[in-house]
Design a protein around this ligand. Structure first.
Ligand code: NAP
Ligand code: MG
Length: 482
């Protein structure tokens, strides 16, 4: 219970009785689960308990090679020759099976990554299924996606994903690549490989031809083998800007295509004419839910001067009511930080914010003794040049500044190396159009935040990436156009 609350919810834990997890997960290559040639395994743990969930195979260079060979054979012999409507049927099958097993996937996603069950149940899993449905529909309509041009598949794609939306990022990568006729090798993040391995079971159940999807687990090294493999036509990466830059250099001159979805430092802007309570709730949602482990999280807030005190006071009150704790409890707003490494990084940034002279306010919640946790935190009295205003923290930490004029806030919002997303809170449509046109970010939400749909493209400017995922645009990264 939060110290300032005089009431508490009764626990409402989601059952784990309906899930099946093996003690050990091997690599998924050519339609089968096979051990790594190196014989090494690593543990995937539950960050809310620090307990081990399963051991997972670490793919070697030889394993990645095997996975790429199997993808190449499947591409040449089966997938590229199959009628596109038949390819679509397989993708529909994956979507339906995922929907049928949605509860199981939600629970495993929350156990492996620490996110609240409400998020995995209401966002991650349904959006993942929706993504497969959406791109299944495109499989036999590709000629209409690019009027006057003929799209051709690329071949074998290597796909590398992060730990914040493990299943959803897998869906964002796999669905458009399959619909456009490519085969692939996917590498999940080291701390969250389990829903990808469960997806491998669905892929078997859907009777997808062996080798069309291969999944190699491991750490950054396994990702590097994939990036540097000579028989890959395309690298699709979601993760940090640092690794994104490494990938750009590694593939330069190789002829490999690439798309990169990288970091962000989104600005939320609240104007004096905004609906204050709606804006406060939107800010809470944009930075604190999902522990701030969201690339498009609104980690900078700009409030127009006249309402700054009111907004900050309301934010503090609302922060104190947030429930931090067991990710499997349906009342939980904020779950566990994904790993000890990420927790240390957040702590480092918060200490830096204090050293830089910021005024800190933290929610008065009690944190569980075991596991990795961080209380919702806001900083005021910060300036543009502070590192907590410039750099991506990837945790529940918000830096708040004020502004007077529209032009001033546009300049401040754009003053970052990133350009992934942003939010505007106002009751004036004209302001929404002016500001959203001048902010260099791939997605701008107005009077809402973090809304996603498979039909809407998502991608960043500047150091936030290259290319888009989602929508018709998401097909573009997987085809050559004649
Ligand atoms: P990360 O360290 O860049 O890792 C991302 C993936 O790349 C992981 O699978 C990682 O493996 C692998 N990897 C690490 N080093 C590699 C290398 N040298 N070559 C090839 N692969 C390598 O990022 P993260 O910390 O997991 O994820 C958080 C970041 O992702 C944040 O910056 C966030 O903004 C960004 N993100 C962006 C979007 C978007 O759409 N723009 C969406 C979600 C997240 P291991 O994890 O096993 O080490
Ligand atoms: Mg884990």
């Amino acid at each position: 219970m939060n110290k300032k609350q005089s009431w508490a919810y009764s626990p409402a834990p989601e059952s784990t009785g309906h899930i099946t997890l093996k003690d050990q997960y091997d690599l998924f290559i050519n339609g089968e689960f096979i051990p790594s040639t190196g014989g090494k395994y690593f543990d995937s743990i539950n960050p809310a308990t620090e307990g081990k969930i399963a051991k997972v195979a670490e793919a070697t260079k030889a394993d990645v090679d095997k996975a790429v060979k199997s993808a190449r054979t499947a591409y040449e012999k089966i997938w590229s020759k199959m009628a596109s409507k038949e390819r679509g049927k397989y993708i529909y099958r994956i979507a339906r099976l995922l929907q049928e097993r949605a509860r199981e996937f939600s629970v495993i996603e929350s156990m492996d990554g620490g996110k609240p069950i409400r998020e995995s149940r209401d966002v991650d899993v349904p959006l993942s299924a929706a993504h497969f449905f959406y791109y299944a529909g495109w499989a036999d309509k590709l000629q209409y996606a690019f009027p006057g041009r003929s799209p051709k598949s690329l071949g074998v794609a290597g796909q590398i994903i992060p730990w914040n939306f493990p299943l959803l990022m897998a869906a964002w990568k796999l669905a458009p690549a399959l619909a456009t006729g490519n085969t692939l090798v996917l590498k999940p993040a080291e701390t969250t490989p389990l829903t990808a391995m469960k997806l491998a079971e669905i892929i078997q159940e859907a009777e997808l031809p062996p080798g069309v999807i291969n999944i190699v687990t491991g750490a950054g090294e396994t990702g590097r083998f994939l990036v540097n493999h000579s028989d890959i036509n395309k690298i699709a990466f979601t993760g940090s800007t640092e690794v994104g830059k490494y990938i750009m250099k590694a593939v330069a001159g190789s002829g490999k295509k690439y798309t990169l979805e990288l970091g962000g430092k989104a600005a939320n802007i609240i104007f004096e004419d905004a609906s204050v309570d709606q804006a406060v709730e939107g800010i809470i949602n944009s930075i604190f839910f999902n522990q701030g482990h969201v690339c498009c999280a609104g980690s900078r807030l700009y409030v127009q001067e006249g309402i700054a005190d009111q907004i900050i006071s309301k934010l503090r009150k609302r922060m104190d009511t947030l429930v931090v704790g067991d990710p499997l409890d349906k009342n939980t707003d904020i779950g566990a930080i994904n790993s000890i490494i990420q927790l240390d990084k957040i702590k480092m940034f918060v200490n830096m914010g204090k050293d830089e002279g910021g005024t800190i306010y933290q929610s008065s919640c009690n944190l569980p003794d075991k596991g990795y946790w961080f209380a919702p935190t806001i900083f005021t009295d910060v300036s543009q040049s502070n590192r907590i205003v410039q750099e991506e923290i990837f945790g529940p930490v918000l830096a708040i500044q004020t502004f007077r004029t529209v032009d001033e806030v546009i300049t401040k919002a754009n003053n970052t190396p990133y350009g992934l997303s942003g939010g505007i809170w106002t009751n004036k449509g004209s302001k929404i159009f002016k500001v959203s046109k001048e902010i260099r970010a791939g997605v701008i939400w107005a009077n809402t935040f973090n809304k996603f749909d498979p039909g809407a493209p998502f991608g960043g400017y500047k150091e936030s990436g290259i290319g888009s995922e989602g929508g018709v645009e998401g097909l573009r990264g997987y085809v050559e156009l004649d």
